[in-house]
Design a binder for this molecule. Structure first.
Ligand SMILES: NC(=O)c1ccc[n+]([C@@H]2O[C@H](COP(=O)([O-])OP(=O)(O)OC[C@H]3O[C@@H](n4cnc5c(N)ncnc54)[C@H](O)[C@@H]3O)[C@@H](O)[C@H]2O)c1
Ligand SMILES: O=C(O)C(=O)C[C@@H](O)[C@H](O)[C@H](O)COP(=O)(O)O
Ligand SMILES: [Zn+2]
Length: 367
């Protein structure tokens, strides 16, 4: 059965649908539409076969189809790789009525969407997410972008896709580490808006780590619905959308500090652990809900800690977070379960104390 989740158009953009189910790739040609002569399928190395199969299928249906292979993971989210894609589009004679399809994890869909946003100042694109994280978060909502050495997603555009195809069969080939990292955004959706997600994971954390688990489709659909509700009313992050950044202020700083070698979800997991400690120290969050962060993230195998000695660098990196305003650091914290709010300019001592609660110190014998 296919579930269809509507994303309302806002800020002058068209509404679109997120489809969740199986055998959905047949929907692609219809979404591309008759006005397009050309389709570029942007895919990572890991999905070379899928990319080629999609290209061949589109070609059979009469489109001039090209496959553009990009590096796996964050290696694809660079200005150099975007320029490589622009060159391929130019060489294919890509016009404003042509369409880009981004198939892969969140790194690929972020890049493909960014290339679509910038080519000829904006062409249509379709997202075909193949990781948990991309299905529940990255492919939905129109945030597209690339990283720079100075920080995560510092260059980008709001450019919603024309449609999103979440084919659950794709998750069967995903390495468990990548599957689990996507659960961080699922847990995030649970804490900020839909606690049933947390109950489902806690009912069988082991099963939650696998595409074959009994609640896989429900966890994915519930998380998409959380995102759909938020981005439908605030595409450009004028206010409400900031709640989707829960755990990301520290998470993005860790990613930068690791030169983008950590998975995004793993970094966000540490970031949520920190945000829970901060919320508690700020007198907003009760102990039980703060502790629940630790137990649920640990139960699915997500990391909770990062190196204590890195705090000065992390603090510096957080200053260029997109939620910052001038010198004011801003964090999403919880006032209680599913009650996200903004904490502005917390005392530096409180920040350090929160980090101290989640950081890993060297053991005395190794120090
Ligand atoms: N735009 C947004 O709103 C938004 C939201 C959340 C995250 N993101 C971004 O998403 C990115 C993380 O995405 P991710 O966790 O999906 O990681 P990813 O895209 O790096 O994918 C992880 C790895 O899995 C491979 N892969 C993808 N699908 C596969 C499959 N079905 N089978 C086997 N291998 C597969 C990829 O090639 C890559 O090597 C980050 O860059 C993050 O900033 C964006
Ligand atoms: O969609 C959003 O808005 C989010 O914040 C979702 C996040 O999970 C995602 O990682 C997003 O890319 C972060 O955006 P950024 O603006 O902080 O770079
Ligand atoms: Zn994220």
């Amino acid at each position: 059965m296919t579930t269809r989740i509507q994303i309302g158009g806002s800020a002058g953009t068209a509404p679109y649908e997120v489809l969740v189910g199986r055998r959905l790739l047949g929907e692609l040609a219809g979404l591309v539409g008759e006005r397009a002569a050309r389709v570029a399928v942007i895919h990572p190395e890991a999905l070379a076969e899928t990319g080629e199969a999609l290209r061949a299928d589109l070609a059979e249906q009469g489109f001039e189809a090209v496959a553009i292979q990009v590096p796996n993971a964050e290696e694809a989210k660079t200005a150099e790789v975007a320029a490589y894609c622009w060159k391929a589009l130019g060489q294919s004679g890509f016009t404003r009525t042509d369409v880009i399809a981004g198939v892969g994890g969140g790194a690929t869909t972020d890049l493909a969407g960014f290339v679509a946003a910038t080519w000829l100042r904006g062409v249509r694109w379709i997202a075909i997410p193949t990781t948990v994280l991309a299905m529940v978060d990255a492919a939905v909502g129109g945030k597209t972008g690339i990283n720079t050495t100075e920080g995560k997603n510092l260059v980008g555009a709001f450019h919603p896709p024309a449609g999103v195809l979440c084919d659950l069969a794709a998750l069967e080939s995903l390495p468990v580490n990548d599957y689990v990292s996507g659960l961080a955004e699922v847990v995030k959706a649970g804490f900020i808006a839909d606690p049933v997600i947390l109950d489902l994971i806690e009912s069988d954390p082991r099963a939650a780590r696998s595409a074959a688990g009994p609640h896989t489709a429900e966890l994915i659909e519930r998380s998409i619905r959380v995102k759909a509700r938020v981005v439908s009313s605030d595409l450009k992050e004028a206010g409400l959308r900031e709640i989707l950044n829960y755990g990301h202020t520290l998470g993005h700083a860790i990613e930068k500090n690791e030169r983008y070698q950590w998975r995004h979800g793993a970094a966000v997991s540490v970031g949520m652990h920190f945000a829970a400690a901060l919320g508690r120290l700020a007198g907003r969050l009760d102990d039980a809900t703060a502790d629940r962060h630790r137990s649920i993230l640990r139960s699915v195998g997500l990391p909770l800690s990062y190196r204590y000695d890195q705090w000065p660098k992390l603090l510096q990196a957080m200053r260029v977070d997109k939620k910052s305003r001038g010198d004011l650091l801003r964090f999403i914290v919880l006032d209680g379960l599913a009650k996200p709010t903004v904490l502005e300019g917390p005392d530096p001592a409180m920040l350090l104390a929160a980090y101290g609660e989640v950081a890993a110190r060297p053991s005395p014998e190794r120090a």
